[in-house]
Design a protein around this ligand. Structure first.
Ligand SMILES: [Fe+2]
Length: 226
């Protein structure tokens, strides 16, 4: 039997995978001549890039030092990949500006953005896999679950409510019903009641009615959807 360990990466990486895939699809089908759609898709892209940036900084601040403390050098590879990320994100921001500016050439600019975004996502998928396998092996060997839970609590406490709502928006529809119930059970226990309610409402439009009902029933925190 494999015992289940606390996984610092699993849920947030599911959220990022969904956010990346959705954004890539949105860029791929963009109608560049529709100003409203253009600005909405590019805004989604920019918020994705910002979240990727912040996500890497959280790992740098909370996870890598823990790895290095008990197994020196074990976070070097992931940290080096994080140091390369800002240049890749800047390149995408530059390409996004090109889509806004290049009247007459917007379709070509959007195609260039789509291709470059797909490369960034490919690198990120491989990077996250490495973290979930190699980094987790280090964390699980060197830390007990109560210590990992303490790291997780410090990470969650460092995230502002607005960013948390954005994370929840992508995380909640990406989790299994069991994981979703666990997430909201933890939030209910640790967050102020009004913050918990706001996060629950942020998730609601992104869940199928059946999933919403299962979640509501599971945590008994909201009335069942009609
Ligand atoms: Fe990372």
């Amino acid at each position: 039997m494999t015992e289940t360990r606390i996984d610092l990466y699993a849920s947030i990486h599911k959220a990022l995978r969904s956010f990346m895939a959705d954004t890539l699809s949105a860029v791929g089908r963009i109608d560049v001549d529709d100003a409203g759609e253009r600005s909405a898709v590019l805004a989604q892209l920019r918020s994705l890039l910002q979240l990727l940036e912040h996500h890497a900084s959280i790992e740098d601040e909370f996870i890598h030092p823990a790895m290095q403390a008990r197994r020196p050098g074990s976070a070097d590879g992931a940290a080096a990949e994080h140091r390369r990320q800002p240049a890749a994100l800047d390149e995408l921001r530059r390409l996004a500006e090109g889509v806004e500016r290049a009247a007459g050439q917007r379709a070509a600019a959007a195609q260039a953005l789509y291709r470059q975004l797909s490369l960034l996502i490919a690198e990120n998928l491989a990077h996250m896999h490495e973290e979930e396998t190699v980094n987790n092996a280090v964390l699980w060997a060197e830390y007990a679950d109560d210590e990992l839970a303490a790291i997780h609590d410090r990470i969650v406490a460092s995230i502002g409510e607005q960013e948390m709502a954005q994370v929840i928006r992508w995380m909640v529809p990406s989790l299994t019903p069991h994981e979703r119930a666990g997430l909201f059970g933890t939030l209910q226990a640790k967050a102020p009641a009004e913050v918990f309610q706001r996060l629950l409402e942020a998730a609601r439009p992104h869940l199928a009615p059946r999933d919403w009902n299962r979640l509501s029933f599971g945590i008994a925190a909201a009335p069942l959807a009609a």
